[in-house]
Design a protein around this ligand. Structure first.
Ligand code: FAD
Length: 610
């Protein structure tokens, strides 16, 4: 199989196919694979921690002042932390995906705002040029970005277009001389947008497809000194306040033709590929952030005494600790597997990265929420950092693909393989999939995911994991059955049946996490012996059991009478839509009810800017 056809594990399980070699043996650690790169990673993380210890990095101050001061960015540049993803030949560190995930995670764990600044610069803006820039563009822009002379940004979102990125409204037309593109439009929430010197952006262009003119996004590199560019203002936010997001205006913005990134009309491909990588690093940030929060949660619960015992003594606290820790163990397993897969070959990892992003962004949010709860009143007030953790954690479920959209993306992609046999269904799925960011080049992987896998794992595992493997195999078969049932039952309506699609996605996410967890634990047992890793086996146990329960709940919903409950859900939602809110005839709180101000397109205020 060529490296481009390395299949997707997640696509495979929708078809009842387990591609065990993609996860077994679980990849060795970076230290084992590349000790020299691991040393670079340790050096970078040590530098970062020194900046924190010196007080240069001050998360509370970043939050209060809503900015990250220039000296911090300068120190990051000096340490090479702005060239993490830029190849060495252009002055960067050219880190592997695994190494970048580790460094990025460390940055995000120290301060989420810094994580966003670095993620946008290294993982989105610079990365767009690394992946799609031509030689001239790379030589011109990457060295300055690696040196940190300026920051990079990535400007896709617009006031009216967020998740539906394929349909951005910004336009680009070629001028009469044919030497400049003229861009018109607005971009919203653009990280680093107010200080970036290099911005990867997107606009609709007219291209010919099958002899007809059609609108297709094109990617461009723009600079703030190009005529027609302006920063309208920056936004005030709930969390990650140290990072800054700007509104950008393009008014007849003059962009030379040699600043097209990739091919004209192929900009969505650029956007999607960059965001796939972004989701991997976002997952890394959430994993590292959760790990940090769990350290603080365990410490706090040990030191705070009520009713004569530390909070950690009580079983409810222990449930919180153990559940979050076992989920973190699974999140780490997915991260390790995906980042190594990216390093080994040009894999189709878009679904796996989406699983990681959804799972870990939900996890960091729950961790921060439990941190606040365990800290009680201190969780809610300053100067304790816990309320900030909660505020900072919230955005991860929204940006780089809102979790609802990513669940649709995972399941509709997964369903696509098995749906090939029913032309009407595969056709009906194609349009929403294209909008969600399916890259047609993944066709080969889709086919590969249908072939070569087996219904069984086919890998010997330690007896401590044997039951989990049996359930995993059973559940993969059940996911396939439910996928087939959904295809046959809903046919071309399937993309509209989001509750069904969402359940399939949740099942697949838990199955992928379970497989990665088993693979990771098996490797640890092989390396150190079962006794030495009893704690890790316990984490794996707890995760596999709870993920299995969630799986069964979704399966029962799909195969049982949940359709009727879904009908009830739809009926209630319809009544609420008609009434613009909660409505019952028997109103208990008539007099005290606050009149609703439905946020319509007309009444929704523009977000606050500075
Ligand atoms: C702090 C911050 C930083 C950001 N940084 C950047 C950046 O650097 N560059 C950039 O380009 N963008 C950036 N964004 C934009 C971000 O990626 C978008 O906010 C995100 O994609 C969601 O778009 P939206 O806000 O317009 O929400 P919408 O698309 O309006 O979605 C709102 C909600 O509806 C749900 N929804 C939407 N469509 C459907 C559907 N078909 N079915 C079911 N549910 C649906 C979504 O899941 C979401 O929960 C940033 C945003 C924020 C807040």
């Amino acid at each position: 199989m060529s490296e481009h056809t390395r299949p997707s594990f997640v696509r495979g399980i929708f078809a009842g196919q387990i591609h065990a070699p993609l996860l077994f043996p679980f990849p060795p650690t970076l230290d084992e694979r590349d000790p020299a790169e691991a040393r670079v990673v340790r050096r970078l993380i040590a530098t970062l921690h020194a900046m924190r210890a010196d007080g240069l990095i001050d998360p509370a101050a970043f939050d209060e002042t809503e900015t990250i001061p220039e000296p911090v960015i300068k120190a990051f540049a000096d340490a090479g932390l702005l060239g993490l993803t830029i190849p060495k030949q252009y002055g960067g560190l050219g880190l592997s995906a695994t190494a970048y995930a580790r460094v990025f995670g460390a940055v995000a764990a120290v301060d989420a705002s810094l994580g966003v600044l670095i993620g946008v610069h290294c993982g989105l803006g610079s990365k767009a040029i690394v992946l799609f820039g031509n030689e001239d563009q790379k030589a011109r822009y990457l060295p300055m970005l690696a040196r940190g002379e300026t920051l990079a940004a990535y400007a896709l979102t617009e006031p009216d277009i967020g998740s539906d990125a394929q349909n951005i409204k910004t336009t680009a037309t070629l001028n009469d001389q044919g030497d400049h593109w003229v861009l018109n439009g607005r971009k919203f929430w653009i990280g680093n947008g107010q200080r970036a010197g290099v911005i990867a952006t997107f606009a609709q262009t007219i291209v010919m497809r099958k002899g007809e003119p059609v609108r297709r996004p094109t990617a461009f590199i723009i600079r703030p000194d190009m005529p027609g560019f302006s920063v309208v203002g920056t936004f005030r936010k709930m969390g990650i306040r140290g990072s800054t997001q700007a509104e950008l205006s393009y008014e007849n913005l003059q962009v030379p033709t040699d600043h097209v990134l990739g091919q004209v009309g192929k900009g969505f491909n650029v956007a999607v590929n960059v965001l796939n990588g972004g989701r991997l690093s976002l997952g890394a940030g959430c994993v590292a952030g959760t790990r940090r929060i769990l350290g603080e949660l365990a410490t706090y619960a040990e030191h705070r005494e009520q009713f004569g015992h530390p909070l950690a003594h009580y079983e409810i606290t222990q449930r919180k600790l153990s559940s979050l820790a076992s989920d973190l163990y699974a999140g780490e397993a997915m991260l390790g597997a995906i980042s190594a897969a990216v390093d080994y070959a040009d894999s189709d990892y878009s679904l796996e990265a989406a699983c990681l992003k959804v799972f870990c962004s939900d996890l960091v949010w729950r961790s921060a929420d439990e941190m606040v709860q365990v800290a009680g009143g201190r969780g809610f007030v300053k100067p304790y950092p816990y309320e900030r953790y909660l505020r900072d954690a919230r955005i991860h479920r929204i940006f780089e693909g809102a979790n609802e959209i990513l669940r649709l993306f995972i399941a509709l992609n997964g369903v696509q393989g098995p749906a090939e046999r029913l032309r009407e269904v595969s056709k009906a799925i194609k349009a929403p999939l294209r909008n969600l960011g399916l890259v047609s080049g993944y066709m080969s992987s889709r086919m590969a995911s249908m072939l070569g896998g087996t219904p069984d794992l086919g890998v010997p595992v330690h007896e401590a994991l044997a039951d989990h493997v049996r359930y995993f195999e059973k559940h993969v078969a059940e996911l396939h059955t439910e996928t087939e049932r959904a295809i046959t039952k809903y046919r071309r309506e399937l993309p509209e049946r989001q509750l069904v699609v969402e359940r399939l996605a949740n099942m697949a996410i838990d199955l992928y996490a379970t497989a990665a967890t088993i693979a990771r634990t098996q490797r640890l047992i092989e390396q150190r012996g079962a006794e030495a890793v009893a704690h890790e086996i316990a984490l794996a146990d707890l995760f596999c059991v709870t993920a299995g329960r969630r799986f069964r709940e979704h399966r029962l919903a799909l195969s049982g009478r949940e359709d009727e409950v879904d009908d009830t859900r739809r009926r209630i939602a319809t009544a609420m839509r008609n009434a613009s809110g909660y409505v019952v005839d028997d109103v208990v709180l008539t007099d005290t009810a606050t009149p609703a101000h439905p946020p319509t397109a007309r009444t929704t205020p523009e977000p606050a800017r500075r």
